[in-house]
Design a protein around this ligand. Structure first.
Ligand SMILES: [Zn+2]
Length: 187
């Protein structure tokens, strides 16, 4: 999946709903990590959630079992999403093109609050989904499905995946959105 023509202007808008200062700061840092790693990617904050490409909000999560559930709706994007144990990304759009994404990030689970580094990690992972990429099938990557409690950076592999998913814009500087040609990248 890739982002649709909202991406044509070269930047994406976001809004953060609710949250204390510390998780908000973590989310902004997560957005900055992606923007500084992916050439041509910029985020601008807007106050109107209806016009934002990406909305981010917070909740207490992880009250259920330890299971991980990923729902990947390639092909029919509407209502599709990724549900992680401490985060969720719902993608709206059609024909493999994402028009907007709603991200929910847990700031606490199993009775304990998450520190800023962990909220940032969860945000980086969910923003990756919002940028059109799925899970890495190996450990130690920010897009691995399990939480990694160590500091994990965005890898060149993740950058390649985002660039590949959004090739029409990031590689070809196009104005007409096209669904990605590849459904995965090798790392
Ligand atoms: Zn995920």
């Amino acid at each position: 999946m890739c982002l649709d023509n909202k991406f044509a202007a070269g930047q994406l808008t976001y809004t953060i709903i609710g949250g204390d200062a510390s998780p908000k700061k973590a989310v902004v840092e997560a957005l900055n990590e992606w923007a500084s790693n992916v050439n041509g990617l910029q985020f601008t904050e807007v106050s109107d959630k209806n016009s934002a490409d990406i909305t981010l909000n917070f909740q207490n999560g992880g009250s259920g079992g330890g299971g991980h559930n990923q729902v990947n709706g390639l092909g029919s994007v509407r209502g599709s999403g990724h549900t992680d144990i401490v985060g969720e990304t719902i993608l709206h759009g059609s024909n493999g093109l994402i028009s907007s994404a709603q991200i929910t990030i847990a700031t606490a689970a199993f009775g304990s609050s998450f520190g800023t580094p962990l909220v940032k990690q969860i945000a980086m992972h969910e923003i990756g989904h919002a940028l059109g990429i799925g899970h890495a099938n190996f450990k130690g990557d920010i897009m691995a499905p399990a939480i990694n409690y160590e500091k994990v950076a965005i890898s060149s592999c993740d950058v390649n995946a985002v660039s590949s998913a959004n090739q029409w814009k990031l590689a070809n500087s196009g104005t007409a959105p096209q669904a990605p040609h590849l459904d995965h990248v090798n790392c």
